[in-house]
Design a binder for this molecule. Sequence first.
Ligand code: NAP
Ligand code: MG
Length: 385
Amino acid sequence: MTRVLWDWIKELLIEPFVSLNMLFFDLGLNERERTADKVTRDAAEAILKYKVGVKCATITPNAQRVEEYKLSKMWLSPNGTIRTVLDGTVFRAPIIAKGLKRFVPGWTKPITVARHAYGDVYRNVEFLVEGKDAAGELVLRMADGKEQRKKIADFEGGGVLQGIHNTDKSITSFAKSCFNYALSVKQDLWFGTKDTISKIYDHRFKDIFQNVFETEYADRFKSVGISYDYTLIDDSVARVVRSNGGFVWALKNYDGDVMSDMVASAFGSLAMMTSVLVSPDGCFEYEAAHGTVTRHFYKYQKGEKTSTNPVATIFAWSGALRKRGELDGNEPLMTFADKLEKATLNTIESGIMTGDLVSLYEGNNARAAESREFLKEVKKILDSM
Ligand code: NAP
Ligand code: MG
């Protein structure tokens, strides 16, 4: 369904206003099949080269899609491939429109969650210790053959044992992406781990962040008037709940997995969540956080009316155009990006919205519009700006 929205957004809201000079990569399943997924890698390389990309939601094939599209292989998730090429971090930020209910009323400004996407429990190795007594140890073997051992636990009867890791390289990339993104949106960066309990593992995250900050970012943060704040993760969670939002929250892999779902649902709707992939050297790829909205597409295909929310995809475009404008010193392009966002929010705030938002709307003048009708209303406002 997002592919349909994508074309309408371009037709109604982008092409009449901006003369686009961009490379296009078709990440549809047919083209990925035809090129043995080279097209995805080419797209990622292009983002590395030109620094900015905007992406439509894509299908990650499962067994059913392999059948439906007659695929020779269950191609990898395009987002995974692009993230690997860019070595990037994903930042998810809610879009806030007046009149839409927030489950945490104090969160008047967006909270952007940055999840570290490598290692820890997601690359664990684990044992089930079955029944008998056993000794669990951690062994580190250096390239020169030297070994260090630590006892984890003696088991009297059954239990469980787990080994996890992370790398300085990945933590450093994560830190740089976070500092770059905070600078880009001019918002404070918060980070928290459990370094008091995990005096080596979590402490390493704290130290690397602090070191990267002091050596490469402290001056730039000062010059735009933002700060980097480190606290213990539990204190961080408590402060986030009491805050008004308006900052970037960097989280270790597991914390980010959990907290991103909490923050997203507290802000109301997945359809109002944007996602930006940022590489450590400052390349940006914008997209909506939701998927292709398959269920709506099957209805659309049958000629039924659908009211799929295009807002996050519109904001992916505005984000990318604004970033392009910033990098090229193109003021009119940045102004257009602001107007596009404003026109979209004004439309919702005037009571015209897609069906998914109606139940979240606190006014009594809500009108559910079909996707294309909604886009035309946005265009009307944009034309008048
Ligand atoms: P989804 O496309 O996000 O949709 C899940 C449900 O959320 C929809 O059925 C719809 O609920 C609601 N929803 C999501 N976005 C909406 C919008 N813009 N407007 C209105 N409602 C919206 O997730 P999925 O169905 O699990 O995945 C579909 C495909 O997307 C899969 O092939 C998956 O691989 C892919 N995917 C891609 C990305 C990406 O490219 N970034 C991310 C996630 C998933 P109702 O049906 O109740 O209206
Ligand atoms: Mg999760």
